[in-house]
Write a protein that binds this ligand. Sequence first.
Ligand code: ATP
Ligand code: MG
Length: 554
Amino acid sequence: MKERLKKYFHSLKWVLNNAKEYRFRILLMLVFNLAVIGASLYTVILSKQIIDNASLSLSITGIIVLYIIIMLAMQLIGAAGSLLSTLIEEKVSFGIRKSVYDKIIRASWHTVNKYHTGDIVTRLTSDAGNVADGVIYTLPGIIELSVQLIMVFFTLFYYSHFLALLALIVAPVSVGVSWLFARRLKGLQKKVQESESAYHSFLQESLANLLIVKAFTNEDYSVDKLTELRKERFKWVFKRSKTGLMGSTTIGLAFQIGYLSAFTYGALQISKKVITYGTMSVFLTLVNRVQGPIIQLAHQIPKLVSLFTSAERIMELSEIPAEEKLDVNIDTTRLGVKVDNLTFAYDTETVLENTSFRIEPGDSTVVMGESGIGKTTLIRLVMSFVKPTGGSISFYNPQGEETPGSAGIRKYIAYVPQGNTLFSGTIKENILAGKHDATSEEIEDALKLASAYDFISELPDGIDTVIGEKGFGISEGQAQRVAIARAFIKKAPFLILDEATSALDEATEQKVISGLQQLTPRPTCLIITHRKSILKYCTQELVISDKKLTAHRQ
Ligand SMILES: Nc1ncnc2c1ncn2[C@@H]1O[C@H](COP(=O)(O)OP(=O)(O)OP(=O)(O)O)[C@@H](O)[C@H]1O
Ligand SMILES: [Mg+2]
């Protein structure tokens, strides 16, 4: 139980921290809502006066006018409060999304990649929404209801000690039942969000790979799978609702008993002429109003559980440590790589073991080797997307200055990854990802050197041609050349190509390679390829075997 409370406390701290920026606005909303509660309580007392004055044939006009003024003010403040809450909700939910997105985008690629994008998106949308809802409605709601409870309790206590205490009997029942159900609800809420993630992940992935779905005539299978995932989610939603309902029914029953007791007690007092009808009406209204907040507080429990469960899911993402990004303080005009006793393993599978080699500044190094041997892994290590399990990687210049490998070095590396890595948007936008402030001449130069200029010039919209996800609308080889131009325009001192010309015919490939050789200043190159023809352009070959890399000078 202590552990559980600690966990709740930790989540609560995180949630409050995220809402810190909006605390004054939330406070203002709370003040508005409390004003409405106070005013509404005052109308109860006014109504007693109306009844009592009327039964004694006294004037009630003044009281009715006051009642109407308070009622109007209540409506106005209530409306202002709800407008304010809509505004804050938007801000809080976006605030959380932005801060977690910021964390994810700066976190270690390797760790983030262990999550399905569909799962991350669900956490950033649905879970962040739950948290924002909790911050705006549930948490202030709990404060409001508690204040309301205390105010009503003391008003009732003023009129009748006995009745006030009787009405409070519901409280321990409510708290006890809620605590018992909260634990079960937490487990169920987690399942609901997990099933939501699974459902989103499938939806996103099957749409992204629509071609495969169709090629293997998996349309029916996909619809069935989606239905199945939806059913799974429904199962948990239903179980959660059932558990929540069981809790509120128990509390509801306690409420009914409390109300009946108060009613009987009041009726008996009237028959004995101990109290007036006005007092009786105040009694009943107040008993109602004491128990109302208690029941509503009980209803906040599932919401609180949902807030904490979602907060934990988002916290998990925001707790992924940021990747190491060291400043590069050496002259970076020309760079080489020094790898010493490098060992690397993905979880259990060792890919490279105790290997050392150099790529000298100005070298053109080619890496060949069978599929799955560790070529792409080597690049991930050089670019610090993954961290070595042992040994070290550093960069150095001809002057002999050295800087350790970290995310900071990527600024000096241009990279053409394996596979289609274009974004949806125009070709120009894709090229500009390599250099945001590039001029039209620079774009043209990069495209020419990458042998992409001619085909783009023939497109009706030229570089403003809009392409879809993963370069939809242009051919695989054309997409590769756009990706190469995106890397060329960066004019980085170190260039990495991972099977970047695999979709090109030999003649086009030759053109791209000669374009690469015309790059000024000439970068140090690391080229992964299965084509032997590229060897003749390179100064050294790295051969991977037995988890080791050996350099062969050409
Ligand atoms: N994220 C990962 N988690 C665990 N193992 C991985 C991961 N990525 C790659 N591997 C494994 O590491 C080994 C090397 O993979 P890598 O992608 O470096 O091969 P490659 O030489 O680039 O192959 P290809 O020529 O097919 O692109 C493979 O056995 C692969 O299964
Ligand atoms: Mg590879």
